[in-house]
Design a protein around this ligand. Structure first.
Ligand code: SIN
Length: 331
């Protein structure tokens, strides 16, 4: 096969860029402050000429931002853009470059709301593109290798970083500095080896085509907030959020998602005002016992930010406590 015949038969992968450290630049190659999201999509691709050996890659700039600035509006925009790309017959897989800080939120949201079996792979970097030993180019290469592979289809949104492949269902950023920043309590789904994915397990909870949610059918997400527990906490933050119209508050509690007993009257007032309270754990893993707090929803093993997104999606479809709890039990 000639070179051009071979490249014409390669899978077609679109790289949607949203910013983050992977597109970050600094005046120093050895450390110090940098600005996230300043490198354009074409520059990101140009830094990895090896991409042309594994896929026909096309850049699709969407945002150029620090992921800390993502809102629910950005999440919906991203999901809708990826949904539209996934519908195209000339697209075999999609890669999304993203900041690591809220990567897990976007990956989980697309895992739940995309109606496609095509590979959708997030990637990111801990070192800006100008750094000595930048991890972005290799992460981008490996993400494209995974997105170009039919074996990555039907697994929901994936995250590829530092050679590992994670499920969008439970990936979490667990390190503020190292290139192996993202993890999952359940370990990776597989690894990237010899220019492709090697999978060892698959997500068993519903996602994408089996999920009840479709980003293209949602106009806006209802406001759901997260409040972290601390010793001696009071309900000032909760009351302020209630006054601003939140529909639910996710409590990032200790251990099994515990909350101070002294706040029982405040919880009762919030519930009487129609605000859902959700118990989650700041420990980062482990299924929570369901029966502990009557009237509260229990987030099973979901992190506070995952619970926030799942509940916001659930509230677009139901206001029934049993149906909302069933979402946490199922997803
Ligand atoms: C960001 O999340 O946009 C900045 C931090 C990072 O990408 O590591």
């Amino acid at each position: 096969m000639t070179m051009s015949a071979r490249s014409a038969s390669l899978p077609r992968v679109v790289v949607v860029t949203t910013g983050g450290t992977i597109a970050g630049a600094s005046s120093s190659s050895t450390g110090g402050a940098y600005t996230a999201g300043v490198l354009g999509a074409d520059a990101l691709l140009a830094a990895v000429p090896e991409l042309s050996q594994v896929a026909r890659v096309q850049a699709e700039p969407l945002f150029a931002m620090d992921s800390a600035d993502f809102t629910d509006v950005h999440l919906l925009q991203l999901a809708r853009r990826v949904a539209a790309l996934a519908q195209r017959a000339d697209v075999d897989g999609i890669v999304i470059t993203h900041g690591t800080d809220t990567l897990e939120d976007s990956a989980y949201f697309l895992h739940l709301t995309l109606k496609t079996a095509k590979p959708v792979v997030f990637t990111a970097a801990m070192r800006p593109a100008t750094a000595l030993g930048a991890d972005g180019p290799r992460n981008l290469y490996e993400a494209v290798c995974v997105a170009a592979c039919p074996r990555a289809a039907g697994l929901g949104a994936l995250v590829v970083m530092n050679g590992a492949i994670w499920s969008g269902r439970d990936v979490i950023k667990r390190d503020a500095a190292q290139v192996h920043a993202v993890q999952s309590p359940y370990g990776p789904l597989g690894w990237v080896a010899d220019g492709g994915p090697r999978f060892y397990r698959a997500p068993c909870r519903p996602h994408t085509l089996a999920s009840a949610f479709d980003a293209t059918a949602i106009q806006a997400l209802p406001p759901v907030a997260v409040v972290a527990a601390y010793g001696g906490m009071d309900a000032t933050a909760h009351e302020a959020l209630a006054a601003r119209g939140v529909r639910a508050i996710v409590h990032a509690g200790w251990g099994t998602g515990t909350a101070p007993a002294a706040l029982a009257p405040a919880w009762a007032r919030l519930q009487a005002a129609g605000i859902w309270l959700v118990r989650t754990s700041r420990t980062g893993s482990g299924p929570l016992p369901r029966e502990r707090s009557p009237g509260w929803l229990c987030a099973d093993d979901q992190s506070p930010s995952q619970a926030r997104l799942l509940l916001a999606l659930g509230l677009t479809q139901t206001q029934q406590g049993a149906a909302l709890q069933a979402l946490f039990d199922r997803y």
